[in-house]
Each structure stands twice: as C-alpha cells, then as structure tokens.
Design a protein around this ligand. Structure first.
Ligand code: KIV
Length: 273
C-alpha cells in the first residue's frame, strides 16, 4: 500500500517562503519539540516549525538554553519531523556546536540533517559566526540566521531585555542582517528589538524576516508554542499573546481524573473488557 496522499498539500520549502515574502503573504511559524505537538501545529496550517533550543527551557526545565546538547536536539527533532506533513521543519544548532569552528559547525549541521530529516538549521549571531554559516551553506544545507536577542549569549547580555535600542547596536544589526542575506541564509529571525528597526531590516534584505517581539512590519511571526497556548504559568512577556489557557484546562482535566480514580468511578462498566 502506498503512503502517498494525493490530496496532501505540498511541503513548504525555502522557495515557497521567499515567494510568500514577495507576495506579501505573512509566514506563520511556531516552535515544536515532539511528534504529537507538531502533528497538531502542522494541521493548523503553520508554515514553518522550529525545533528551538528553547526546548532547554520548556522541555527540560533549564534556566537558559546553554546546557542543551546536540543529541538532545536531535531527539526532539526526530519526533517533530515525523509529525509535520506540510510545514518546513528546521532545527536550532545548540550552544557550543558551531561557534568559532566552521568544521564543527558543518559536522553538527550534517548530523541534524542526516539523523532527523529536517530541512535546515538555525544559528544565532552575525559576522562572528559568518564562517560557520558559509561552511554549512556550502554543503547545501539551508540556514536561518537569528539576530537581536540571541539567548545563547545571555551571559554577555546580562539579561533578556530588548536589544539594539542604541544606534551603534542597531547599525551593527542591520549590517549583520545584510551579511547573512548576502551569504545565502534563507531567512532571518529577529528577536526582541524595536519594531522600527525590524521594519528597516525587513526592507533591507531579500530574504524573509521572521519576528518574535519585533513588531508586525516583518514577513512573519514565531512564538514558542507552549507560551502562546498558555502552558507556562507566570511567563507573560509583552510580545506573547495567549491563545488559550491550556495549563488551567489540563490541570482541571487531570484533577478530574485523580478524583475519578480515587472514587472508583474510572474505569466504568463501558470502559473495561
Ligand atoms: O529557540 C527558540 O525557540 C527560538 C525562537 C524563540 C525564535 O530561537
């Protein structure tokens, strides 16, 4: 029996994302880290799924993204890719697996592509990692850049505040974005920067710009899926809109299960063999 589904929508590609920018169609992106969630995210019509290293926070409970390993990312990515039929899936290269050494960067990216079936990788940084980006691109691996608040540099920044508010950092960011564009990145994520700056970058580069906390004058938006579904209680930065309160819904359902088990109400006569 063939698994080919003729009615399936074509997979989103880098070419399709570029076409969307040119047509002014906004690109809807979310993170996901496992099969079940990515099946739902994909069915909802999301164009691009990022297996973000934010998995360090939302899946593993670390305070920063620094501790997550390449093996961890590969495990999360394997399930995510299997759940996505239409969305393009890309994977973050984690801290310590690409900075300062293009050969290590290429080896990390190749492992992700071979072992997960993802369609590309994302790296944080500009000029300082350009050699690593070019080396990965030379192997035909699509690369997404990431500028502004780059959480892998949290110890340099000293906090998760808005970046590039001062002119010098804003100029540097525009120059980095142009470099990533010229090098051949297929998209650039801009995180937590003033919306006017994000608009300027978006009109200065040829590739899609995806914002998170960067206003709406960009080509698309990305959020961490657990944040926008209201699964992380107590995490409500200004740039996150809560589309549901799943933590409350889940706790209520789980509490009902506890009550039913203790009352010997579950399973009932129709729920057993
Ligand atoms: O790791 C991540 O989830 C990200 C997004 C916030 C863009 O990099």
């Amino acid at each position: 029996m063939s698994t080919y589904n003729e009615s399936a929508k074509p997979k989103v590609t880098t070419a399709r994302l570029l076409e969307m920018k040119h047509n002014g169609e906004k690109i809807a992106c979310l993170t996901s880290y496992d099969f079940t969630m990515s099946s739902i995210v994909d069915a909802a019509g999301i164009d691009l799924i990022l297996v973000g290293d934010s998995a360090a926070n939302v899946m593993m409970g670390y305070d920063t993204t620094l501790p997550i390993t390449l093996d961890d990312m590969i495990t999360f990515a394997k399930g995510t890719v299997r759940g996505a039929r239409r969305a393009m899936v890309i994977v973050d290269l984690p801290f310590g697996y690409y900075q300062g050494n293009p050969e290590i960067a290429l080896a990390s990216a190749v492992r992700i592509m071979k072992e997960t079936g993802a369609a590309g990788v994302k790296l944080e940084g500009g000029e300082e990692i350009l050699d690593s980006i070019k080396c990965i691109l030379s192997a035909g691996i699509p690369v997404c850049g990431h500028l502004g608040l780059t959480p892998q540099s949290i110890n340099k920044f000293g906090g998760y505040g808005v970046r590039a508010k001062e002119e010098a950092e804003a100029e540097r960011l525009i120059s980095d974005a142009r470099m990533l564009d010229e090098a051949g990145c297929f998209a650039i994520v801009l995180e937590k920067i003033p919306s006017a700056l994000a608009a300027k970058v978006t009109s200065s580069v040829s590739v899609p710009v995806i914002g998170i906390g960067a206003g709406n004058n960009v080509d698309g938006q990305i959020l961490v899926v657990q944040d926008m579904l209201g699964m992380n209680r107590g995490f409500s930065p200004k740039f996150v809109r809560h589309y549901a309160s799943l933590a409350d819904v889940m706790e209520q359902a789980l509490g009902q299960y506890v009550t039913d088990v203790k009352a010997v109400d579950f399973p009932n006569a129709s729920e057993q063999y």
